[in-house]
Design a binder for this molecule. Structure first.
Ligand SMILES: NC(=O)c1ccc[n+]([C@@H]2O[C@H](COP(=O)([O-])OP(=O)(O)OC[C@H]3O[C@@H](n4cnc5c(N)ncnc54)[C@H](O)[C@@H]3O)[C@@H](O)[C@H]2O)c1
Length: 371
């Protein structure tokens, strides 16, 4: 069986999620290639070594370029802060390696454009960490839409809110810098925009409002020294889709009570479906003529679920979605995959986010093709 060497950069929240997913994918799926955990890199060399040992990677590097150039690495997984996605992905592509990059793709539309072009010219497989789309319940929602069960789609109302920045004393981090693609729209909203495109299709025009509520935050936790903040804490936008559907999206990282509220309602001429990532194993569906919504639970009949459990209602979690994302990447690398959220699709998310920011800045409707 062919071997595929995995190189993972970063050992934070997402580095750990990727490491779990690569390990789990080997255990859960009958993959057509053998995944070899070849190398792990982190700027903190001691941590790279410790995590490599704990997570089963053969090599540890303190320098990410050594990982990219490691001949045992075929796939470079990037889980570092956003401003590092571009240099790391471009170096990996130049070395002819596949790239599995966290979202958002880049810190500017220009960078995202260069990345999709370089990947296309090199002919390497790319995927971006829009993991929520790999939920079997989202697969069911998409199938219902494609099969016309909701009739003609007329509306998408989506929200992705959390509260991890709600406390004004929550300190500055790279997520608070425009240059690092910070702000609620880039950090959370990008997932929602990708979901809207996946389920309803291209967006042609937008109008929006962005809002910075806390214009200063402590430079570090507990400090009296304050740093100015220019990124959005919350965003609200109206969308017009190419197929004629209308939509709203909003995102906030200040909304008390919400921890992972990626939610949407999609309505068509014959029905409505509703989803909330905080209850990710459920879909609510109402078909025309029913007196209210029916709750559908995830089960083994749905693609992706049975690999984890033979029993309905026993529930998948966040890390299983990441494992399903890795499976899709590996199938694409084995030449057996379907289209996925690659650099081209992730660039389109960046284009849409850029149009939303322009619409908010200039207080007008913006055609997405303008940016
Ligand atoms: N898909 C999702 O659901 C999801 C969730 C959270 C974060 N993310 C994305 O994942 C990325 C990382 O976010 P995070 O929350 O894991 O951040 P984090 O701060 O927890 O981890 C970042 C890691 O990158 C390492 N790093 C920084 N500079 C480096 C360098 N020069 N060389 C090597 N390693 C370096 C850090 O040491 C750390 O291990 C971001 O792009 C973020 O948007 C995605």
């Amino acid at each position: 069986m062919r071997e595929l060497g995995i190189g993972l950069i970063g050992t934070g929240f997402m580095g750990r999620a990727h490491a779990l997913a690569f390990n789990n994918a080997r255990a859960v799926f009958e993959l057509p290639v053998h995944l070899k955990l070849a190398a792990l890199a982190d700027a903190d060399t001691e941590r790279a070594q410790r995590c490599a040992t704990a997570w089963g990677f053969a090599q540890a590097h303190g320098d990410w370029q050594a990982l990219v150039n490691d001949p045992n690495v075929d796939v470079v997984a990037i889980t570092t802060p956003n401003h590092l996605h571009y240099p790391m992905a471009m170096a990996a592509i130049a070395a002819g390696k596949a790239v599995y990059c966290e979202k958002p793709l880049a810190v500017s539309l220009e960078q995202a454009d260069a990345m999709r072009r370089a990947a296309s010219a090199a002919g390497v497989v790319t995927r971006v960490g829009y993991n929520y789309q790999h939920n079997p319940m989202i697969g069911l929602a998409r199938q219902m839409i494609v099969d016309g069960e909701l009739g003609e789609i007329i509306s998408f109302q989506g929200e992705f809110s959390e509260d991890f920045m709600a406390d004004p004393a929550s300190p500055w981090s790279w997520r608070c810098e425009v240059e690092h693609a910070g702000g609620a729209l880039a950090d959370l909203g990008s997932h929602l925009l990708s979901m809207a495109r996946y389920l309803v299709g291209d967006v042609v025009s937008v109008c929006a409002d962005t809002h910075t509520v806390h214009a200063q935050r402590p430079a570090v936790k507990g400090s009296n020294a304050l740093k100015p903040i220019a990124v959005d804490d919350q965003v609200h936008a109206l969308l017009r889709f190419a197929n004629g559907a209308r939509g709203t999206v909003s995102s906030s990282w200040l909304k008390q009570g919400y921890k992972n509220h990626l939610s949407f309602e999609i309505s068509g001429t014959r029905g409505t479906l509703a989803f909330d990532q905080e209850r990710l194993n459920e879909l609510r569906v109402c078909r025309a003529g029913q007196d209210g919504f029916q709750r559908v639970l995830a089960g083994p009949a749905l693609t992706g679920y049975a690999a984890f459990s033979p029993a309905a209602g026993h529930q998948l979690g966040y890390n299983e979605l990441k494992t399903l994302e890795v499976q899709e990447l590996v199938m694409a690398l084995a030449g057996q995959g379907a289209a996925g959220t690659d650099f081209e699709a992730a660039w389109a998310v960046e284009q849409l986010a850029t149009a939303i920011r322009l619409a908010a800045r200039e207080e007008r409707w913006v055609d997405v093709g303008e940016v």
